[in-house]
Design a protein around this ligand. Structure first.
Ligand SMILES: Cc1ncc(COP(=O)(O)O)c(C=O)c1O
Length: 466
């Protein structure tokens, strides 16, 4: 008798009932499920997903949070994971494993100027590691004594843990979770459409970038050790900075010995039409953090990559009693799981072999062109983006840039979904401004799929507001 369980079997009604009874979903007010059924996703192939009732959708969100880079249903990733699990599923990160060595080498090859890779499991954790590096260095490195503060930017997001929330520029995400960790000053955002200085590019002298120096001086340069920043703000409204922004920030940070922690959790792995989001800019990050697309979210994996000179700060002398604890005293149990590294190696191979970064660039251009055509509609305030990372800000009044309401946004999302397309939106991030739609499809997207997305949005906008 075959005693193996078939893990793929399920009873539809039982799943629907148990979802309601036992499962607590992310970022949702559950009161709506008293009357509504939650969507349960059961299958995916390419960009298409199917729910438990058999409905099919074109997913323009790469899995809801922009992370399934190579599309659904990749047998070769499943195979790589299976084979690795059979041979060696786990050993703590204090030791090497074959996939962790191979993937660390791959990342260093992909990241010129960075030399060492530290693995963990989520974007939040990857950023926490970077914060801990800044803080530990501020205690043990005489040249960086006291430089423990880490700047973050308004509208940026760096994760869900309390320290990552302390570095969060999205008020609705952090509201009511304080008190926060000390030492995280904020700098202004860089969205031209809603310029924090009420200026217009290029006549603005890029004040948003220059403001970083002012904050460093106000805080005291001897106390500031890092600036954690998204290359292109994601959940805060898809905000590609103007080209001058990062060179100015780079020079300011160099001047005051502030490490740039580039949060590539969303932008990395081809999302923006370059392998890294920061490759669009003349900037030289000291630390790069990444997650999401790292293993195309077939497995959970994140990484914190650093320059050699940062790694060297933590090379202690164990025979010197005062230095005994001067190594990077950090641990991540699941940073030792080998299946995520196998998945990441295979996902990265697919991105390279299928030239998906080029596809992201080309299809991204088409997506921006098609979204640009919607600019003539009265409810489209702004369209912006780079590669397959595009947004459309919905407004009630174009001239006054007055945003629509949360209720109108919910209605719009429903109307787009009724066309068989799932797009994203700013979600509980910015008070009164959760009004940007997101188009962030898998990197394999075709011109026909782009067309379907934009058509669905046009129909949804007209149905909601006309
Ligand atoms: C830019 C950025 N950094 C960090 C994170 C946190 O990643 P995770 O949810 O894997 O902890 C996110 C999550 O959306 C993100 O968008």
């Amino acid at each position: 008798m075959n005693s193996e369980k078939n893990w793929l079997e399920y009873d539809t009604e039982l799943m629907v009932a148990q979802d309601k009874e036992k499962l607590w979903h992310h970022m949702k007010s559950h009161s709506c499920f008293k009357s509504q059924e939650q969507m349960i996703v059961v299958e995916g192939k390419g960009l298409m997903i199917k729910d438990i009732r058999g409905n099919e959708y074109l997913d323009a969100t790469s899995g809801g949070v922009w992370s399934v880079m190579v599309g659904y249903g990749r047998e070769s990733i499943a195979k790589a994971v299976y084979e690795q699990l059979r041979v060696m599923p786990y050993y703590a990160g204090a030791y090497g494993t074959i996939p962790s060595i191979k993937f660390a080498n791959k990342l260093v090859e992909l990241l010129p100027g960075l030399d060492k890779v530290y693995f963990s499991n989520s974007g939040s954790e990857a950023n926490e590691k970077a914060f801990k590096m800044v803080r530990l260095a501020s205690r043990i490195d005489p040249a960086r004594k006291g430089k423990y503060k880490i700047l973050y930017r308004d509208r940026d997001y760096h994760g869900t843990t309390v320290a990552a929330m302390s570095a969060c520029g999205q008020f609705e995400r952090k509201k009511d979770f304080g008190p926060f960790v000390d030492g995280f000053p904020e700098v202004p955002h860089c969205l031209c459409y809603r310029c924090p200085f009420d200026k217009t590019y290029p006549g603005c002298d890029i004040d948003c970038a220059r403001a970083v120096e002012k904050v460093i001086l106000d805080e005291g340069p001897d106390t500031v050790g890092g600036f954690c920043v998204e290359p292109i703000t994601a959940g805060g409204g898809i905000i590609p900075p103007v080209k001058e922004y990062f060179p100015i920030v780079r020079d300011i940070c160099k001047k005051y010995g502030v490490w740039i922690i580039m949060d590539e959790v969303v932008c990395g792995f081809g999302r923006t039409g370059e392998f890294w989001g920061h490759s669009h800019y003349d900037v030289d990050p000291d630390i790069v953090t990444m997650a999401k697309g790292l293993a195309s979210s077939y497995e959970a994996l994140s990484a914190t990559a650093v320059k050699q000179e940062i790694y060297d700060i933590f090379l202690n002398d164990p025979s010197a009693p005062e230095e005994r604890t001067h190594f990077f005293r950090d641990i991540s149990t699941y940073g030792g799981c080998t299946a995520p590294m196998a998945a990441a190696l295979e996902s990265t191979r697919i991105i390279e072999d299928e030239d998906l970064v080029a596809n992201s660039r080309e299809m991204g251009k088409l997506l921006m062109e098609r979204l640009g055509e919607l600019n003539s509609l009265p409810w489209v305030g702004d369209t912006r983006g780079v590669g397959l990372f595009c947004g459309l800000e919905v407004v009630e009044d174009k001239a006054g840039k007055i945003p629509v309401t949360e209720a109108q946004m919910a209605q719009l999302m429903g109307n787009i979904m009724a066309e068989g397309v799932i797009v994203g939106r700013t979600n509980s991030s910015l008070p009164g401004l959760n009004t940007t739609l997101y188009f962030v499809p898998c990197l394999t997207v075709t011109a026909q799929e782009i067309d379907r997305m934009v058509t669905a949005v046009e129909i949804g906008l007209k149905k909601t507001f006309e």
